[in-house]
Ligand binder design. Structure first.
Ligand SMILES: O=C[C@H](O)COP(=O)(O)O
Length: 249
């Protein structure tokens, strides 16, 4: 069975609520594809206005992070039930920027994964190596660890619905996209890792995105690869260009 593509924009810390509404209004008429799920992952403060602005369109809304408890004394955090109540369907977990600047670990990512599933949110779990790791030849060891720990105690049925975003850190925001071969090679290896941990059926069902300087010019070739099921797009998701990416064919 062919996997449906999933193309997500990760706005990162960009767009005030009013700018967010303007961008959704610009893009929503372009998001008409039936061939991909299109998700806007937006800053927490933008979620409610974006859900409202996206009503009646094909845009689904995601969060960029969440905490692994439902409520309590965790100043500044956002819970999974707050997200679902606001109309969020997806949540990005373990982005390399969260790992680098906010001390996220494979273990905290795993706790968040389990909580996301418990609340019916689809996680987009990010993984990816540094340039140094690539040069040392340990890319797959590092990513396998991120995937195996991230998915600990996640059931096969849950894993089948998950999304993994392979984002080589050296390609994020640098304008340096991994070559199509590099991206396909790692996405294929991630799928093999899922087959090892679970089974072939789970590996066939899970969706694996590539992220890292994706733009309208590079998207078509990347998305045509057998193991690349779409993209997690940063910078280009903030521009009308995103309309071209979601209509990559
Ligand atoms: O989550 C998105 C990635 O970090 C890619 O960002 P970028 O497209 O700006 O390189």
């Amino acid at each position: 069975m062919a996997r449906k593509k999933i193309i997500a924009g990760n706005w990162k810390m960009n767009m005030t609520p009013s700018e967010a509404v303007e961008l959704v209004n610009t893009l929503k008429s372009l998001v008409v594809t039936e061939e991909a799920d299109v998700v806007f992952c937006v800053p927490a403060i933008d979620i409610i206005p974006v859900v409202e602005a996206a009503k009646g369109s094909n845009i689904q809304v995601g969060a960029e992070n969440m905490y692994f408890e439902e409520k309590g004394a965790y100043t500044g955090e956002i819970s999974p039930n707050m997200l679902t109540d606001a109309g969020v369907k997806y949540v990005v977990l373990g982005h390399s920027e969260r790992r680098e600047y906010f001390a996220e670990t494979n273990e905290t990512v795993n706790k968040k994964m389990l909580k996301a599933f418990e609340h019916g949110l689809t996680p987009i779990m990010c993984c990816g190596e540094t340039l140094e790791q690539r040069e040392q030849g340990v890319t797959m060891d590092f990513i396998r660890q991120q995937v195996k720990v991230g998915f600990q105690n996640v059931t096969a049925d849950q894993a089948k619905t998950a999304v993994i975003a392979y984002e080589p850190i050296w390609a994020i925001g640098t304008g340096k996209t991994a070559t199509t071969e590099q991206a396909q090679e790692v996405c294929k290896a991630i799928r093999e890792c899922i087959a090892e941990v679970y089974d072939e059926a789970t590996a066939e069902a899970i969706r694996i995105q590539y992220g890292g300087s994706v733009n309208a010019a590079t998207a078509p070739e990347l998305f045509a690869q057998p193991d690349i099921d779409g993209g997690l797009v940063g910078g280009a998701s903030l521009k009308p260009d995103f309309g071209k990416i979601v209509n990559w064919k």
